[in-house]
Structures are given as structure tokens and as C-alpha cells.
Write a protein of this length. Structure first.
Length: 134
């Protein structure tokens, strides 16, 4: 991968490497447009971390509610407390599932961008051989 450089463990792609002209826009000498999979991979890692952090929440809520029922017979608030707890458990589980899904989607974007970079480079290959013909 001649046009892909590893910078800090991240793949980066310069537009000039794709065009073979030495710069964006037909040889204007600017190498500013770069793709890096690092931000996508870091975001995916963050989503996975949130997924992991939310894992034990349901059991922690269960532990926190142990013993609440004893000595409170006849209080109508207990039914409401149970409904609120169930609502929070559903919300935490939905957030966990969304984070797991999001992590995969973010990694897919990084892979797709890398594939697009390679496809664009390949599409410029025939033209790059003719650059001296103007």
C-alpha cells in the first residue's frame, strides 16, 4: 500500500497518493486531504467501553433494591418503585445494545473508507501513467 502511511498506529491516506499527481486538484501541490481510521476505531472502542460499563447495572439495581420490600407491606409506592426499576433496566439494556451495535457500525465505516481509498487509487492508475502527456 504505497499511498497509505501508518501514523501513530493509524492508517492515513493522502489525496496526492491517490491521484499520482503530487497534489490534489491536478498537481496543485497540496497534500491536505487525509483519511485516518483512528477516530472511527477510537469511537468504536468508546462505544464498547460504555457497553461493558452498563453490563452489571441490572444486578447492581437488584442488589440495591434487596430488602426494600421487607417492613413496607401495604405501601403503594412499592409498586411504583418496581415499575420505575423495570423501566430503568429496559433503558440500560437498550443503551447497551445500541452501543454494541454502534461499535460494529463504526468499525465498518473505517473498513469501507479504506476500501474506497484503494478503489480510488486504482481508478487513477491509468491516468497516472499519462501525466507527462499534456
Amino acid at each position: 500500500m504505497s499511498g497509505v502511511a501508518a501514523v501513530g498506529g493509524q492508517k492515513q491516506q493522502r489525496l496526492s497518493d491517490l491521484s499520482g499527481t503530487g497534489g490534489a486538484g491536478g498537481g496543485c501541490g497540496r497534500d491536505e486531504l487525509r483519511h485516518s481510521d483512528g477516530p472511527w476505531q477510537r469511537a468504536a472502542g468508546g462505544a464498547e467501553a460504555v457497553h461493558a460499563l452498563l453490563g452489571p447495572v441490572k444486578s447492581e439495581l437488584g442488589t440495591a433494591h434487596e430488602g426494600v420490600v421487607s417492613g413496607t407491606a401495604g405501601l403503594g409506592a412499592l409498586a411504583e418503585l418496581g415499575a420505575v426499576r423495570e423501566s430503568w433496566e429496559r433503558r440500560f439494556e437498550a443503551a447497551r445494545n445500541e452501543c454494541r451495535s454502534l461499535a460494529g457500525k463504526l468499525r465498518d465505516v473505517a473498513r469501507a473508507q479504506g476500501g474506497t481509498d484503494e478503489a480510488v487509487r486504482a481508478s487513477f492508475a491509468p491516468v497516472a501513467g499519462q501525466r507527462g502527456g499534456r
